[in-house]
Design a protein around this ligand. Structure first.
Ligand code: GLN
Ligand code: ZN
Length: 758
């Protein structure tokens, strides 16, 4: 018999119940007990949802983040919250978000740093480490969840993050060696494993996803030392890896003294043969056969074709599961009421993925005939999708086949373009601009909602949005900015807005995925060949331009960002979907140019986050990502100035690719790094223009003029002044007008000081 299990379940709730409970607790509208009760109910419901499994994850539920849970479990709590009042959960929220419900309006302590969990869009709170860090186990949270599970007769498999991955995720404040903490950390793990075994847990899932990344010798050695030590604990360990292939960590993994390993068989199917050869004869091999990162139905026939022989070989040593925690997919497809039913038929969210797992298990255990009907239904869905005219558009495929190097190349080199652009745009030194959005006021959101609901007709809606645009233009005139934007009032989201207007995209109503804490995103579903039926932004930009003589920036989201923030197809390489998006947005760029727009910004906020986990695969990604951007941007005349924007501050390792995009101007996030990140551009002799963000739009603080002048002087030590722009770090949509006006006033005044001194 094959054993079925799951690595983790989405905890936010099918209707985002946890989100609302958390936010109400933080507002003071519900009590701690009520919040705890919501948590308990969600856990109970989710365990019921998983009751067909042989082993059900426990401890995957979190009120904010599973990595922060681990920090608290290990007693690695930042000093700044240790002595604050209130209960543990309040201190936990202080680390997560800078304050708890108890701290009402004040921001008491600074929140822990947040960063992306591997190559997903989930963000975790970075463990804070130093040479002094001590660990002391406090398993009460996990044990309480286990007690609840036992009461409900759940066949529980506790889930924890392994010691190496925990350290790897952490950051040291004092540049000390994280690995040196391992001997101090292991006793806490051993005690924990013993406590879990005492509670009757036969198996413990210990996650070490860093085994799919490139590890140097010291980390590989540390794995051996750590797992040798953990043998002392009395629970059986299922060491779980996911998100990629093991590659040269495979022999290492096979040597570790654990009772089972889990691998991501979606990415690592080719490694199964080697694993079977190298694993000790009694080690359990758990295969992640259902993709935990996308929303497509699994091709069950194709899976059984390769899985059945593996089962015959391994028999009871074979376990099956989703490839990774289902945290990264929405909960329940059957909630969806508005999806095109043909497309809905091709999809599977968490619950449907668990059903698929069950069908596979039955087919393995009792033969395919025992699930004949289910297999036929699955086959029909897979075939319909494979041959659907909704998915396949011959014209798009023909256009992709015709892509060649000329498409991504500007007519002239940057130097010649810059001369023509400056003759046309006549901008002063240190030109000022903003990144695109202006405050998204309540009125704007209401108007958009009413329009969506059909309570506001198109004419009235358009008039309201034009009003907003006019307001933005007026404010920018008054401020004296040099290059204007229309303010993006009509956009709900920088990806959804474009997805909704492109063929090949679908939108769910409840397809929420946790991004961090109570925040969720609803990634659009890229299901088919992408085309653009008609211009998407031209009317708005033309209207905005008609109100002013200053250059108005056309504002678009780039193909790489649209791709990276969507659920994408699994029936073609990501690169092909990206090229399709590139061709569609290119048409928009050319239409904007045709309409007389002289400056066009193409945002690539998410270019960096698409980088593969392994560095050895970076160049391939960067090659097609940069080429996609170039195809989008570079069909314009020399006179048209292309901007791009990236809101992050790490460029060292990708600077050559950024330069290769050949945008005339790039605006980036720099204010918090005091312009030091420009060193990367300086060292590389980055040839084009740069707008280093001069203030952090995430903070309500008004930047002061003198500070901006100083920052720009620092910038000018690295980049010639003639190639510098002055702008904020990112768009202003989350700020209020009362914050934006004084901030931009100071920014414009700073630019004037700089010009006068030049
Ligand atoms: N143009 C977008 C805006 O200003 C850019 C947002 C982003 O980079 N995340 O809102
Ligand atoms: Zn940004």
């Amino acid at each position: 018999m094959v054993t079925t299990h799951n690595l983790g379940f989405p905890r936010i709730g099918a209707k985002r119940e946890l989100k609302f409970a958390l936010e109400n607790y933080w507002k003071g509208d519900v009590t701690l007990d009520q919040l705890a009760e919501t948590g308990a109910q969600l856990r109970q419901r989710h365990w019921q949802n998983q009751s067909a499994l042989d082993l059900v994850p426990v401890g995957d539920f979190s009120f904010y983040d599973q990595v922060l849970d681990m920090s608290f479990l290990l007693g690695n709590i930042p000093d700044r919250v240790r002595h604050l009042d209130g209960n543990t959960l309040d201190n936990y929220f202080r680390v997560a978000r800078g304050r708890s419900a108890q701290d009402s309006s004040c921001s008491c302590v600074h929140a822990g740093e947040m960063t992306k969990w591997f190559d997903t869009n989930y963000h975790y709170i970075v463990p804070e480490l130093s040479a002094e860090t001590e660990f002391s186990l406090d398993a009460s949270r996990l044990l309480a969840q286990l007690a609840q599970a036992r009461q409900l007769k759940v066949s529980a498999k506790p889930v924890i993050i392994g010691p190496l991955t925990y350290l790897w995720l952490g950051k040291t404040r004092d540049a000390s060696d994280k690995l040196a903490l391992l001997p101090r950390l292991l006793p806490a793990y051993i005690t924990l494993l013993n406590q879990l075994a005492e509670q009757g847990c036969e198996w413990v899932q210990i996650d070490e996803p860093i085994l799919v990344t490139e590890l140097d010798a010291s980390w590989q050695q540390a794995f051996i030392a750590a797992y040798d030590a953990l043998q002392a604990g009395s629970a059986k360990l299922l060491l779980a890896t996911y998100f990629g292939q093991l590659k040269d960590n495979l022999p290492l993994l096979c040597k570790l003294p654990v009772q089972g390993i889990h691998i991501d068989a979606i990415n690592g199917q080719d490694e199964i043969g080697q694993l079977i050869q190298q694993l000790p004869a009694d080690t359990v091999l758990s295969l992640g056969v259902i993709n935990g990162r996308n929303i497509w139905k699994t091709d069950l026939h194709a899976t059984l074709e390769w899985l059945e022989p593996v089962h015959r070989l391994l028999q009871t040593r074979l376990w099956i599961a989703p490839s990774c925690s289902l945290l990264h997919v929405p909960v329940d497809l059957s909630s969806e009421q508005k999806l095109d039913s043909r497309i809905q038929y091709w999809l599977a969210f968490a619950l449907q993925k668990l059903d698929e797992l069950q069908i596979l298990a039955k087919a393995l255990n009792n033969g395919r005939v025992s699930v004949q009907e289910e297999l036929i239904a699955n086959h029909v869905a897979i075939e319909r999708r494979r041959t659907s005219s909704l998915v396949h558009n011959p014209a798009v495929k023909a256009a992709i086949a015709k892509i060649d190097a000329t498409l991504g190349k500007r007519n002239s080199a940057y130097e010649q373009r810059a001369i023509k652009q400056s003759a046309l745009l006549k901008l002063p030194d240190y030109p000022t601009t903003t990144i695109g959005s202006f405050p998204q006021t309540t009125e704007i959101r209401q108007a958009r909602n009413q329009f969506r609901l059909g309570n506001l007709d198109e004419v009235a809606y358009k008039a309201l949005m034009q009003n907003e645009i006019a307001r933005c233009v007026r404010e920018q005139e008054a401020l004296g900015l040099d290059v204007f934007v229309h303010g993006e009032a009509e956009r709900n989201d920088m990806v959804e807005y474009f997805g909704e207007q492109l063929e090949g995209y679908a939108f769910s109503q409840f397809g929420w995925v946790q991004s961090y804490g109570s925040r969720c995103v609803k990634p659009p579903i890229l299901f088919g060949d992408i085309s653009r039926p008609k211009a998407m932004t031209v009317e708005w930009i033309k209207y905005a331009q008609s109100l002013t003589d200053k250059p108005m920036k056309g504002m678009l989201t780039g193909p790489v960002t649209i791709l990276n923030w969507s659920f994408v197809r699994d029936d073609q390489p990501r690169s092909v979907s990206c090229y399709q998006l590139a061709l569609a947005i290119r048409e928009e760029v050319l239409d904007l140019e045709q309409a007389g727009v002289r400056v066009i910004q193409i945002d690539e906020a998410a270019l960096r986050e698409g980088l593969p986990l392994r560095r050895s695969q970076w160049s391939e990604y960067l090659q097609w990502a940069v080429e996609s951007f170039r195809i989008t941007a570079n069909g314009v005349q020399d006179e048209t100035q292309i901007h791009t924007h990236m809101c992050y501050s790490e460029f060292n390792d990708i600077i050559a690719s950024i330069a290769n995009m050949d945008a005339d101007v790039i605006t980036i996030e720099t204010s918090r790094s005091a312009m030091e990140l420009l060193d990367a551009f300086d060292d590389f002799n980055y040839p084009n223009q740069i707008g280093p963000g001069v203030y952090d739009i995430h903070s309500p603080n008004i930047p002061n003029q003198e500070h901006i002048v100083q920052l720009m002087r620092k910038a000018a030590e690295r980049i010639p002044a003639q190639r510098l722009w002055v702008n904020p770090d990112c768009g202003l949509k989350t700020r209020a007008w009362e914050e934006v006006i004084p901030a931009l006033k100071n920014m414009v005044a700073a630019a004037r000081v700089l010009r006068a001194a030049a």
